[in-house]
Design a protein around this ligand. Sequence first.
Ligand code: HEM
Length: 503
Amino acid sequence: MELQLFSLQYFLLFSLLSLYLYFYIYSKYKKSRKPGFKYYPLVGVLPGFITNRHRILEWTTEAVKASPTHSAVFHRPGKIHGVFTANPSNVEYILKTNFENYPKGERFLSHLEDFLGQGIFNSDGELWKVQRKTASYEFNTKSLRNFVIENVSSEISARLVPTLTKAAETEQVLDLQDILERFAFDNICKVAFNVDPGCLEGDGTAGSEFMRAFEDAATLSAGRFRYVIAKLWKIKKFFNIGSERKLKRSIQVVHDFANHIIQSRMEARIEKLDDDLLSRFIGNSENSSEFLRDIIISFILAGRDTTSSALSWFFWLLSSRPDVERNILKELETIRKQNGKNIGDTYSFDELREMHYLQAAISESMRLYPPVPIDTKNCLNDDKLPDGTFIGKGWFITYHVYAMGRMEAIWGENCNKFVPERWLENGIYRQENQFRYPVFQAGPRICLGKDMAYIQMKSIAASVIERFVMGVQDKDTCPKYVASLTIRMKYGLPVKVKDRCVD
Ligand code: HEM
C-alpha cells in the first residue's frame, strides 16, 4: 500500500513537471516565432497541418495574412522546412531577380520523372533553357495562333454546341467541368501532335482510354508528393505494388500512344510539316524521339486542366452575377453588330481581342480561383528574401497565388468581391503587374500558353453565354475543391442548360 502511494506521488510529480516544462518551452517557442503558422514544441506546425489538410488553401492563406510581411515560415518533423509567401516583392525576387537560386529542384523533378521525363515542365538549368528557347519561338508564331483558333472554333461548333443543345432539349443535368475538361484535352492533343482523341464526341467514351491513362498518370504522380513517409512510393515502385503498379501501367499507355505517333510522323516528315507542336519540334533534326515524347507530354499536362478549371469557376461565379453576364452579352452584341456577324458565327482573333469586358471578367475570376493555386520552388543556397525572411538551403518556397488574390494590401478593401471593372481603364483591359498577379507564374518561366489559354477561354465563354443560360445547381454554395496541381471542383459543376433564345 505504502509502495503504491509512493509511486502515485512520483507519477503526479513527474506529470506536473512535464506539464510545466511543456508550457515553459511552448511560451519561449511562441515568443521567438514570427506570426504565421501556430507552432508546437518538437512537432512544429504538424498538428495544424494534420487538422487542416482538408482546407489547406484557406489554412495557409490565414497564416500568410496573419504575418505583417505576408510570409509564413513552416517547419515540420522530417526536416521539412519552407516559406509560404504572398508578398509581391518576394515573388519577383524568386521568379526573376534571383531566379538561379530557386529552381524546381531535385525533389519535384524526381517525383514526376517517370511520367514527364525531362520535358520542359520537369527540367531545370540547360535542359530547360534549350526547350524554352525553341518553344517560345514557336508560341509566338502567327501560324500557331491561327491553328489554335481553327481548332477551338471547330471543337465549339462541331462538339460543344451540339452537346449543350442536346442537354437543353432533354433537360438533362450536365457536369460542365467534365465537358470543359474533355474540350481542353481534345484541343491540347490537336495542338500538341495533331491527333484528335474525340473525348467530347458522341457519348463521351471515344478517346477515353488515352485521356483516362493520362489523368491517372498525372494524379498518381502528383500523389507521390503527399506521402507522410516521403520515400514510401519508392519502395512501392521497387516492388511494383499498389498505386505504383497502376501508375506504371498508365504511363506505359501514354508513352506507347505518343511513341507510335512520333515514329510514324518521323518516318513521313520530309513530306509536309503540320502546324502542331510536334511537327515544329521534329523540324529540328537533333531531337531524339524520347526527347520529343517528353516535351509533348509536358505540353499536354500544362495545357490540359488549367483552362477547364478557370472556366468552371468562372461559370460558377457568373451564376450569381446577372449584372456581369448582361455586360458580357452587351459587349458581344456590339462586336457582332460592328462586324456584321450573327450569333453562332465564330469569332476571329481581332474580335476576341476586342472583348475587353470578357477578358476582365475571366481574369477577375482567376484572381479568386487561380487554376494553379500554389506553386513551389526549391532554395539552392541560404538567402534572405526582400521582406527580411531567412530561407535556408534545401527549404521549399511556395508563392501563394490563391492567398494573393485575397490580399487587401494588393487589391484593396473589396479584395474578396468579384469585380471585373477593377481590370478596366476607360473600358480597356489593363494588364496587372505579373508579380502581384502570378496566375500564369512570372519571370523567365512564365506560362508559355497564356495567350493560347485566353483565346480558348474567351471563345468558349462567348459562344456559350450568347447561346445558352447555364442554370448552375446549388449556385449559392461554394463548390468544394481538390487541391492537386490544379484546383478542380471536387463534385464537378452540375448545370441545367437552357437555350437563351427560348428563355
Ligand atoms: C488558364 C490557363 C493557364 C494557366 C493559369 C497556366 C498557368 C501556368 C503556371 C502557373 C505555370 C508554371 C508552373 C510551374 O512551373 O510550376 C505554367 C507553365 C507552363 N504553361 Fe501554363 N497555364 C495555362 C494554360 C496553358 C496552356 C493552354 C498551355 C499550352 C500548352 C500552357 C503551357 C505551359 C507551359 C509549356 C509551361 C511551362 C513553362 C516553363 O516551365 O518554361 N499553359 N502555366
